[in-house]
Design a protein around this ligand. Structure first.
Ligand code: GLU
Length: 449
């Protein structure tokens, strides 16, 4: 590995030993851009890598809210403006009880390269709170969102920083956040948030975008192998917004999701989650913050396995982790390799630990990285920002066509970057390199700060 790269990784490990997810993402990205740094010694002269792993700004604030019984609760809110070299900071908000500085920083770091890959002018950011939405009433969610925005509104804006949804933050939460921003600012700054409702500036296809984009990307991978999507059986983890988009697009293309897992169970539905009835059922489970799939298995008469994961099953063609970070560790990776399944397409942000990825890479598997595969979500967010700026609404066909072109371009630019550096069909390194070069170039051209 390049000496400068190694020094920066070791420095991050020592300095941020208490931020394991962040250090993991730094190591993953930097180790794969090593061949680029080899041929660009000028990066070290301007200490580009140490600058790149340090967020431009990180807000941490108190969010106090009152529950329906009058009890007072205090949570910690975050917004990390990681890198603004190529556009306003852009990235979602995650409301989940395990949210901390390490998770927000890893997500903001990943987002920087992902956003660069979209080809659109968006910098990297991420935020959230250690607030647990599970079991909260609608009124409690509203009060939490309002208080979160009251703490943050001064530091964001359509040309400054544009938050959106992530885990625990969907259309309902974005509505409450937007309402509070508008109330406080007294202006119609429609592009301050994305993932909005269609009645007040949201984009068609935004809810589906991450999942649809992932399937458009998978389609390119399959084409490269002389394969097609029709008839494919897919195993997904998670049944949130992203997995739902994946299921819906697969059904349209004549393929199907046959395995779905939740945190403590999985179902096996050989017919596939393909009908509107099943897809709406999944959507409904998510709206209710349900974490079990028993009700799905009962209603649609399929296998239900409590306290088990499906890794290792061989009666699928593609594994697509769509749940959360580090869900695939070394044990799961061994099962995946042994299963003989050919494609491992990451969808959720950093679903695989670094040692697991190393093991998967040594096998025959074809692997695609999440920062490329899931970039369609934020990509359509950028299209929502464009529509808000021109005060126009694009048709479903137009947004979907742009999304599809974007995913094809992300796939191609990743592949070209890998080939340029002699790495062959390495989509992981290719995505990191393509995103890195864009951000690095913009930073270098803008001077030292
Ligand atoms: N949270 C999503 C992501 O991880 C979407 C972010 C956005 O739309 O700004 O990319």
């Amino acid at each position: 590995m390049n000496r400068y790269v190694e020094e920066v990784i070791n420095g991050a490990k020592a300095k941020y030993a208490n931020q394991p997810e962040f250090v993991q993402s730094v190591e993953e990205v930097l180790s794969s851009i090593s061949p680029v740094v080899d041929v660009h010694p000028e990066f070290e002269k301007v200490d580009l890598l140490n600058r790149m792993i340090e967020p431009e700004r990180l807000f941490k604030f108190r969010v106090v809210w009152t529950d329906d019984q009058g009890g007072v609760h205090t949570n910690v809110g975050y917004r990390c403006q990681f890198n603004g070299a190529i556009g306003p900071y852009k990235g979602g908000l995650r409301f989940q009880k395990n949210v901390n500085e390490s998770i927000i920083k890893f997500l903001g770091f990943e987002q920087t390269f992902k956003n660069a890959l979209t080809g659109l002018p968006i910098g990297g950011g991420k935020g959230g709170a250690d607030f647990d939405p599970v079991g909260k009433s609608d009124a409690e969610i509203m009060r939490f969102c309002q208080n979160y925005m009251t703490a943050l509104y001064r530091y964001i804006g359509p040309d400054v920083d544009v938050p959106a949804g992530d885990m625990g933050v969907g259309g309902r939460e974005i509505g409450y956040l937007f309402g509070q921003y508008r109330r406080l600012k007294g202006v119609w700054e429609n592009g301050v948030l994305t993932g909005k409702g269609l009645s007040y500036g949201g984009s068609l296809i935004r809810p589906e975008a991450t999942g649809y984009g992932a399937i458009f990307y998978l389609n390119e991978v399959l084409k490269h192998q002389g394969d097609t999507i029709r008839g494919k059986r897919i195993a997904v983890t998670g049944f949130g917004n992203v997995a739902w988009g994946v299921m819906k697009k697969l059904a349209q293309l004549g393929a199907k999701v046959t395995y779905v897992s939740g945190p403590n169970c999985y179902i096996h539905d050989e017919e596939g989650v393909t009908t509107d009835e099943k897809l709406n059922f999944i959507l409904d489970l998510r709206k209710r913050n349900e974490i079990d799939l028993k009700s799905y298995a009962d209603k649609f008469h399929c296998e239900y396995h409590a306290n088990e994961k499906f890794w290792g099953t061989s009666d699928v063609d593609v594994y697509m982790p769509c749940a959360t970070q580090n869900e695939v560790g070394i044990e799961e990776a061994k099962k995946i390799v042994d299963s003989g399944v050919k494609y491992y397409i990451e969808v959720s942000n950093m679903p695989t630990t670094n040692d697991a990825i190393e093991l998967l890479r040594k096998s025959q598997l074809i692997i695609a990285p999440s920062k490329a595969v899931n970039a369609g979500g934020v990509g359509v967010s950028a299209l929502e920002m464009s529509q808000n700026s021109e005060r126009l609404v694009w048709t479903e066909e137009e947004v979907e066509q742009r999304l599809q072109n974007m995913m094809v371009n992300i796939y191609r630019s990743s592949l070209e970057a890998a080939q340029k550096y002699g790495l062959g069909y390495d989509l992981i390194a290719g995505a990191n390199i393509a995103g890195f070069i864009k951000v690095a170039t913009a930073m270098c051209e803008q001077g030292i700060f």
